[in-house]
Design a protein around this ligand. Sequence first.
Ligand SMILES: NC(=O)c1ccc[n+]([C@@H]2O[C@H](COP(=O)([O-])OP(=O)(O)OC[C@H]3O[C@@H](n4cnc5c(N)ncnc54)[C@H](OP(=O)(O)O)[C@@H]3O)[C@@H](O)[C@H]2O)c1
Length: 342
Amino acid sequence: MTATPLAGAADAVLEASVAGSFTRIGYAVRSRLLPEFGPGTRQPLAGRTVLITGATSGIGLAAATRLAAGGASVHFLARGRDRAERARAQIAAATRSAARPGTISYGLADLDDLAEVRAFAAEFAAGADRLDVLIHNAGAIHPDHRRSARGDELTVAGQLIAPFLLTHLLIGLLGRSAPSRVITVSSGGMYTQPLDLAGLDPDPASYRGVTMYARVKRAQVTLSAEWARRTAGRGIGFHAMHPGWVRTPGITAALPAFSRLAGPLLRTPDQGADTIVWLAGADPAGLGSGQFWHDRRPRPVYRTPGARPGDPGAPARLWDWVAERAGLDPATAADGPAGPLS
Ligand SMILES: NC(=O)c1ccc[n+]([C@@H]2O[C@H](COP(=O)([O-])OP(=O)(O)OC[C@H]3O[C@@H](n4cnc5c(N)ncnc54)[C@H](OP(=O)(O)O)[C@@H]3O)[C@@H](O)[C@H]2O)c1
């Protein structure tokens, strides 16, 4: 897809400016100028099955609503029944006037608990005959150092190990539904951090929630590319993306000063969800696999030389580290479970 020279230049200037790109200014300019935002860049979602985590709030709620409005059957993972019921009712109400609204359902699991993730995947797989799109969206900044029951720092447990396990458990279903895709919602914050394996097991005394979050978001993008490499040829696309700076309950709670300062420049949840929804429906031939997206375009994974890994073996070591913590054999994790899910 080729942009006019003016549109390409505007996009490049925004991308270089960071603030211009991440705020609603970036979305407003790109959505008017770039051909990726034009008609005909998406395939119909009707008949597709989408599984998304974190649809009770913010970007995930907006994405689930748009996907259901487009006709997809949306199943979401939530950790509390009340919030799940409220989200389901909200999505149903918002999509009522859509031409062909898809079905909306949910299952319960806390991503900080791997046993709950396994039970959720088993329940979903028992009732689903296909999975076209898996979206790892749930996330949070944890201001204090906490550990999961397994002993992993909580950002790592819920946003790195749990999505890895969920992908592993459902990779067979994704393969049988090919062309299918796995979308990971990372963050532009990852640009500030290199891939740092030791930093994923941080010293509680020097723990900083924002740094930990950025490290995990960097690791998510690295793992998405590793999944792409290790499953090449199976018809499953892996796409990481960042939504920009978005006004959501999560960002307001975690970064109140930043939210106040950025104020009206923050994107709406709908704008933050736009590239997720687009990736879910775009022609897979144009997406490749293993790339990092923002505003419907592949973006560089590094902005500063200091964040580049000096060691080309680091992504593979990250894979092994995460697989082992998910209770999996790193050598076979990309193949999916050997037996039925239980
Ligand atoms: N907002 C931004 O500016 C921004 C920027 C970059 C990246 N992101 C990323 O975008 C994604 C969505 O964030 P958001 O801003 O929309 O935040 P949000 O409004 O706080 O929504 C987060 C969602 O994740 C769920 N969640 C969190 N921890 C979970 C766990 N352990 N188990 C199950 N569900 C869990 C929450 O469930 P509950 O309702 O139960 O809390 C909620 O549905 C995150 O991955 C975030 O890192 C956001």
